[in-house]
Write a protein that binds this ligand. Sequence first.
Ligand code: 13P
Length: 296
Amino acid sequence: MLVSLRDVCQIAEQKNMAVAAVNSASLEAIRAAIEVAEETHYPIIIQHAQAHESLVPLKYVGPIVAELAERSSAQICFNLDHCEDLSYARHALDLGFTGVMFDGSALPYERNVELSSYAADMCSEYGAGLECELGSMGSREAGEKDEGGTADEAGAIYTDPDQAKDFVTRTGLDILACSFGTVHGLYRGEPKLNYQVLTDIRDRVKVPLVMHGGSGLSDEQYHKSIDAGVRKINYYTYGVKYAGEAVRKMIDEKVAADPNVNIYWHDMTTTAHESLVKTFEHVVTVFANGADPFVI
Ligand code: 13P
């Protein structure tokens, strides 16, 4: 069934866990996400990033995920990730998305407040949840970039806790994406997270917090972030990296056995799907932080 971004994060709040939000730019990833949610009985958030329009256009991914999620026994939220264009958000909501992340973090603060408030009104027309971002992670969100190192090296600006309070009050958002040391894409160095930023924000606002740049961290880093108030963890880059490595290994092994072997496209999609299932099973369980599986 389709569930709203607001509802799923509120349950996560009550259970001191985080919900995995997997960017699913292929049928293999969509399928893996739904299967893992059905099998584990934890909810999952399937995300389509506006930056992935060229990989999988909204007009295809929208109806496919909305229909499959509706038919599934699992609790699935369908979230638009890093949307910078409100007409794109409306199109997604018309197609059945149950959450939108409006990203005005690169805009001047007052403009971010203005457009995020507009996005909040739009989402409430559809009964969908709204996520907004404050602060900057120093890299943009397509997920395939390697701009890493620590967030500081990547030019991040941590979310200011006082400004977060003002932002939440004035926009009416449901969940807040914060910058506290994670970056999108691959980490070149050891990721260093500043949990105090999260604690200071949570002292001022009670909304669920969101970790972007959530792939490539240790289980301990996930658990500490969850204990500091993170309820949604965005996960993409390392999942597709592992799937790519699995495909390469499969091809290398087949070619070593027979240099003239045919490699079929379905060999690659099957291997990628298996790898994504393993990755999603792991993160969904780790992010549950010991909470029992549940049905909303
Ligand atoms: P990663 O690049 O760490 O997977 O983060 C994805 C993300 O935050 C999408 O919004």
